[in-house]
Design a binder for this molecule. Structure first.
Ligand code: FAD
Length: 219
């Protein structure tokens, strides 16, 4: 596989969202399609990891959200950065893109990032977002989603907080409970391999055509 060229960027915004989740931003000097990713590293010649862009196409900065894996190769370093520090970033790429038709968006954890980019780029109309997280604090960018999607079109499923304000259980349980899953629309899945595989199985078993299921797996 060809190595992607990485470009030096200065972090212009950085915030901790939960104990292990962070958002960082650098100035935008490229165009992208909502849903695309960039490769990021803390050194120019390392082994970069991929991150979905969470910002909108017309925003000044490119924002990404990442979850620190304590035993990971990159995120323990990313989580110690500050505004003014340097990272190395590729040009955007990827084919996880969404049109303007009605669709369901299904995300686990930080997998909501591409959908946030789509919303911030004006593609939220006619979309339903199903987001799964362990706790209520894991519905990242909920203020962006709440502003754009109708209340009934934003479903949050909390799997490990029994006193949740939202649906108490995994998003796969919520999906299985639905009597009607429309067959003619597209389902966009993004997040952990476990979630993507399980949701795809549920949808296929309910008669959704394979071609209507589009997925981006974080591995
Ligand atoms: C298309 C795409 C988009 C992505 N977008 C995002 C995003 O927006 N936000 C986000 O947080 N993440 C995203 N990811 C995941 C991201 O690229 C990294 O994989 C993640 O941040 C972990 O990187 P790391 O180097 O810290 O951990 P890694 O070193 O990659 O390790 C990750 C985990 O796997 C375990 N592991 C590593 N190697 C092995 C092995 N050989 N066998 C068993 N276990 C192993 C580690 O112990 C650790 O728990 C995306 C991935 C893809 C493919």
């Amino acid at each position: 596989m060809n190595r992607r060229k990485l470009y030096k960027k200065t972090i212009v915004d950085y915030r901790k969202v939960t104990e292990s989740v962070f958002v960082l931003a650098f100035e935008k000097d490229f165009d992208f399609e909502p849903g695309q990713v960039v490769a990021i590293d803390v050194e120019p010649e390392g082994k970069p990891r991929l991150y979905s862009i969470a910002s909108g196409v017309n925003d000044k900065n490119v924002e990404i959200i990442f979850d620190e894996k304590p035993d990971g190769k990159l995120t323990p370093f990313l989580s110690k950065l500050n505004i003014g520090d340097v990272i190395y970033v590729s040009k955007p790429f990827g084919l996880f893109r969404c049109d303007d038709d009605e669709a369901w968006w299904i995300a686990s954890g930080t997998g909501v990032a591409p959908f946030v980019s789509m919303i911030r780029s004006g593609k939220g109309k006619g979309k339903i977002l199903l987001h799964g997280g362990r706790r209520d604090e894991n519905f990242y960018f909920s203020e962006v989603v709440e502003n754009e999607l109708e209340a009934g079109n934003y479903v949050r499923c909390t799997s490990r907080q029994p006193d949740t304000r939202y649906y108490n259980g995994r998003l796969t349980s919520w999906l299985r409970e639905q009597e009607l899953l429309p067959k003619e629309i597209k389902y966009y899945l993004c997040g952990s391999a476990e979630m993507v595989v399980e949701v795809r199985d549920i949808l296929l078993n309910r008669g959704i055509p394979f071609g209507n299921i589009v997925s981006e797996t974080y591995f």
